[in-house]
Design a protein around this ligand. Structure first.
Ligand code: ADP
Ligand code: MN
Ligand code: MN
Ligand code: MN
Ligand code: MN
Length: 333
């Protein structure tokens, strides 16, 4: 007998990489082996030296096919078995290891927008829905669209064993959010990429495309972000490390902005619950700050911070690497 393994990897599309996948049929009991693909078709190689290597990195049950079938998230390697330049996971893992003792946790809020027939799901042909206001956490066919997809996606993430912590309808119609975490820097990113795969794959059956475009509708409509909640053991136990973390992020603000997703200037305008990308700020309860300290955290004098800057289209391996590199190194001093 056999089972199916869906090999999933991150390609070399610019400016924002996207997922690719293909299926391998394996004999029962066989581990998913190293495999390969045509890198000249994914912007990862040239035609005359097209082979790239797929190395299984994170495996979970495939809730779409069911049974013994699995999803296999892979790292892309060159044929000499060194990481491909697009392999950001390989850049994160040594740093995560270096600061493992600080026990960092991440919770990433992935916003996304459903599209059908070339416009946000629920937008009328040739026009716009009523202005923002009733849609966030809305209930009812006059306020939200796509809940059938969203519920299926939540169930699939749970069945795959992902650390998904919730979902909600967002401020713009057709826009939704799911949260992954709390989990360590590598795990949260692995789970987020698989959750994205499941979203695209499930929406596909409805003739709907999910996009991570940070500004999917121009004008007076909220963009799509990936607020990144973060703590270390020390931050979960006291307030000084929380302030140290905010100050460290302030010092390296521009380096972070560069890694927080293509088109970030279009989203971080200072309007629509954002802080301008060019000015770093932090504050208690402030959804107009770059980094928010939740009010309970300020009250209890311990907990976590929320970096509100990352775009929906981030590579989470890059964002967790930047935050661990900046904050954990500052807290070590
Ligand atoms: P918001 O109020 O900004 O919409 P959400 O509830 O959508 O926040 O998301 C908060 C995320 O932060 C969740 O994924 C949650 O698991 C995560 N989280 C909670 N506590 C911590 C912590 N101590 N460290 C890191 N992440 C955390
Ligand atoms: Mn072929
Ligand atoms: Mn949220
Ligand atoms: Mn949100
Ligand atoms: Mn948030």
């Amino acid at each position: 007998m056999t089972y199916k393994a869906e090999y999933i990897w991150i390609d070399g599309t610019e400016p924002t990489a996207k997922l690719r996948s293909k299926t391998k049929v394996l004999a029962d009991g066989a581990e998913p082996p190293i495999w390969g693909f045509d890198g000249s078709s994914t912007n990862q190689a040239t035609g005359d030296a097209s082979d790239c290597v797929l190395k299984p990195a994170f495996i979970c049950p495939d809730p779409i096919r069911g049974g013994a079938d699995v999803l296999v998230l892979c790292e892309v390697l060159l044929t000499d078995m060194t990481p491909h330049p697009t392999n950001t996971r390989a850049m994160l893992t040594p740093l995560a290891e270096q600061y493992a003792e600080q026990d960092s946790w991440f919770g990433i809020e992935q916003e996304y927008t459903l599209f059908k027939d070339g416009r946000p799901y629920g937008f009328p042909v040739g026009g716009f829905p009523g202005p923002q206001g009733p849609y966030y956490c809305g209930i009812g066919a006059d306020e939200v669209v796509g809940r059938d997809i969203v519920e299926k996606h939540l169930d699939a993430c749970i069945a795959a064993g992902l650390k998904i912590s919730g979902i909600n309808a967002e401020v713009m119609p057709g826009q939704w959010e799911f949260q992954i975490g709390p989990a360590g820097p590598v795990e949260v990113a692995d789970h987020l990429w698989i959750a994205r795969y499941l979203l695209y794959r499930i929406a596909e059956d409805f003739g709907v495309a999910a996009t991570l475009d940070p500004k999917p509708a121009k004008g007076d409509w909220n963009g799509a972000g990936a607020h990144t909640n973060f703590s270390t053991k020390a931050m979960r136990e006291g307030y000084d490390p929380i302030i140290t973390a905010c100050e460290a992020l302030s010092e390296r603000a521009m380096e972070h902005i560069k890694g927080y997703g293509y088109g970030i200037e279009q989203r971080l305008t200072g309007h629509h619950e954002t802080a301008p990308w060019s000015e770093f700020s932090y504050g208690v309860s402030n959804r107009g700050a770059s980094v928010r300290i939740p009010w309970q955290v300020a009250l209890e004098k311990k907990g976590y911070i929320e970096d509100r800057r990352p775009n929906a289209n981030i590579d989470p391996y890059v964002v967790t690497r930047l935050i661990v590199g900046t904050v954990c190194s500052a807290l070590e001093k």
